[in-house]
Design a protein around this ligand. Structure first.
Ligand code: PLP
Length: 268
């Protein structure tokens, strides 16, 4: 499904706004641009946010999320779509319906739940709807605490080690999604292990942990990097591998930014 050589793919982020520019739709658009895609954006929520945390969330009405998508896809051919922060059960349902209608091709679902600083970005009663949406995604990209919530386990009991992570990733396939990227960055240790698992097998993608406090927006940036690259790669594995390499560079350059007093963003 590679995009024709020489053509810039149109990719869409359906996500929330982070005014600090580190996460959310702002990070997604920067990532799309950095990786040679044309970025479109449908907003699901506004947040009032700095590097020190989120002070408020203002939801976009579900019917207006639908209108944004319908108006866009009537005109623009999308090569891939990333879904990030959704906020409420009603919004998850609206996005699920759009996916069922085939309007969100090559769908990467980042099951955003809680910010690094601890603010809720998804209502607790929306988890069941998020599981249902996962069945319509082509790839889901949970971190370990999000994987635990999706599996109905205690997020404090995170998987540690390849064997436990493999069990968890395989259990996530039962949600009905054909492939899962289980991100191990929240586990302890100097080595970070992510697993890309599909019904045929598993790939271990690992490397040394980048020692930096500038990790704001890491998850958003990785899922949008995969979305930007998928149209120009021959497989999900290639897109994920190249997105991870790009993210390592963005983490290594985060220290060049001076954004706020809290943990700064990765440098896109
Ligand atoms: N704000 C928005 C709008 C997001 O979508 C996200 C994560 O997906 C965050 C904040 C949290 O980012 P982090 O956990 O990297 O601080």
């Amino acid at each position: 499904m590679s995009t024709e050589p020489g053509r810039v793919p149109n990719v869409l982020s359906v996500a929330g706004s982070d005014p600090s520019g580190g996460a959310g739709i702002q990070a997604d658009l920067k990532t799309f641009g950095a990786l040679g895609a044309h970025g479109c954006a449908v907003l699901t929520a506004l947040t009032a946010q700095s590097t020190q945390g989120v002070t408020g969330v203002h939801a976009v009405p579900p019917r207006f999320i639908r209108e944004q998508v319908e108006t866009l896809v009537a005109d623009v051919t999308l090569a891939a779509v990333k879904v990030g922060m959704l906020g409420s059960a009603d919004v998850v349902r609206a996005v699920h319906e759009l996916a069922q209608e085939g309007l969100l091709p090559n769908l990467v679902l980042d099951p955003v739940m809680v910010s690094t600083a601890g603010s809720r970005l998804l209502d607790e009663d929306a988890v069941e709807e998020l599981r249902a949406l996962a069945s319509h995604a082509d790839l889901i990209t949970p971190n370990l605490p999000e994987a635990a919530v999706l599996l109905g386990r205690d997020p404090q009991d995170m998987a540690e080690g390849p064997a436990q992570m493999m069990d968890e990733a395989r259990a996530l396939l039962d949600l009905g999604c054909p492939r899962v990227l289980l991100k191990g960055g929240h586990a302890s240790g100097e080595h970070v292990l992510d697993l890309l698992v599909d019904t045929l097998g598993a790939h271990e993608l690992g490397g040394p942990r980048v020692a930096t406090p500038h990790t704001h927006g890491t998850g958003c940036s990785l899922s949008s990097a995969i979305t930007a690259l998928r149209p120009r790669r021959d497989s999900w594995l290639e897109a994920v591998t190249d997105a991870r390499s790009w993210l390592v560079g963005a983490l290594e350059h985060g220290h060049e930014l001076s954004v706020g007093q809290g943990p700064g963003p990765v440098h896109h």
